[in-house]
Design a protein. Structure first.
Length: 339
């Protein structure tokens, strides 16, 4: 009797949860949730004004209502604010469906593995630091501190006193970051993205080697290292298996902004795509982060389709009529695109 009551209560909560979603949003929020082997991979194509954040938050809530452990959901975004907003929305949806209290108290506790690629990488690297030959007490440099360290090494090597003008610290860091995130050799990076610096290839190689040595000496990692080390970690079978075992579901917002390094990490965490949901729009790149590779968006469909044996779905959201009203109240998302 108690089990039947719980089942009925859950069914009612799910009905309440899905109220207010249009058919496309509802389909994306619920796709594969009740599959015995877990949800197959899902790509949600969503332009501005289609309610993608709303849809992803509802999918998170639907997974939890269906019995998913919130502690085993990995939600990746591109800003800390976006991660907090997604968690807040999922919490509100669960409360509105009369199941919120059962899902957990504070918002931060609802989805403990919600954050940016860099923040999640930071936590995972500390957990596996010993295996990666890292000191778990390493310090993370922000972009400004990284540029200052680059400048210090640049001066120590005498590159600030060259006869012709050597690239400044910000440019040097941008070149280094692009090479790391794109997985490109320095020569290719210079030719494709920094042609005005190609005469300094040999000096830049020396600078970057010294920069890496300085970071290792001082036990510090920069933002690029958080992804680089995470990528290296998932190439190690033991660590990769542990990380995969930590998460039943991986959801990624703004997938069109991923670079090659981030995309490679995701493929390693979900090699067959099971439990993986990504949301994106290849027509826009909101955050314009380092070495964003829009081609990863189209590669996702091909690679996951192959890995999942064809068990893959693409949901396309349609325009949300509340979009114009929200814009009139001061919300200004990216360029409007009707799907």
């Amino acid at each position: 009797m108690e089990r039947k009551q719980n089942t009925a209560a859950t069914a009612r909560a799910i009905d309440v949860l899905l109220e207010g979603l249009n058919p496309a949003q509802r389909s994306a929020a619920t796709y594969g949730v009740e599959a015995e082997q877990g949800p197959p991979p899902l790509l949600i194509a969503a332009g501005a004004g289609t309610g993608k954040t709303k849809t992803l938050a509802h999918r998170v809530a639907r997974l939890i209502l269906g019995g998913a452990d919130p502690r085993r959901l990995l939600l990746l975004t591109f800003t800390r604010r976006a991660a907090l907003e997604m968690t807040r929305r999922a919490q509100q949806i669960l409360v509105a469906s009369q199941r919120g209290r059962a899902a957990g108290g504070a918002e931060a506790a609802l989805l403990p593995w919600s954050g940016t690629f860099h923040s999640i990488g930071n936590r995972l690297l500390r957990r596996h630091a010993a295996t990666l030959s890292l000191d778990p007490a390493f310090t993370v440099l922000d972009r400004a501190d990284s540029a200052d360290l680059m400048d210090l090494v640049r001066s120590d090597l005498g590159l600030a006193r060259t006869r012709s003008r050597f690239p400044k610290k910000g440019t040097c860091l941008a070149i280094y970051s692009y090479s790391v995130n794109a997985g490109c050799p320095l020569e290719e990076t210079l030719v494709e993205s920094f042609p005005w610096c190609d005469e300094w290839e040999a000096e830049l190689k020396r600078l970057f080697a010294a920069y890496v040595a300085a970071k290792q000496r001082d036990n510090v990692l920069d933002y690029d290292d958080l992804l680089l080390y995470w990528h290296e970690a998932v190439q190690m079978p033991g660590i990769a298996a542990q990380m995969r075992a930590d998460f039943d579901h991986i959801l990624v917002d703004e997938y069109q902004d991923t670079n090659r390094l981030q995309a490679a990490i995701l493929r390693a965490l979900a090699p067959d795509g099971a439990g993986l949901t990504v949301v994106g729009d290849d027509a826009q790149s909101i955050y314009a982060l380092s070495c964003r590779d829009g081609a990863e968006y189209s590669r996702f469909s091909r690679s996951v389709l192959t890995a999942s044996g064809g068990n893959f779905a693409r949901a396309q959201l349609s325009f949300d009529p509340t979009y114009s009203r929200r814009c009139q109240r001061g919300h200004r998302p990216g360029p409007r695109r009707f799907l």
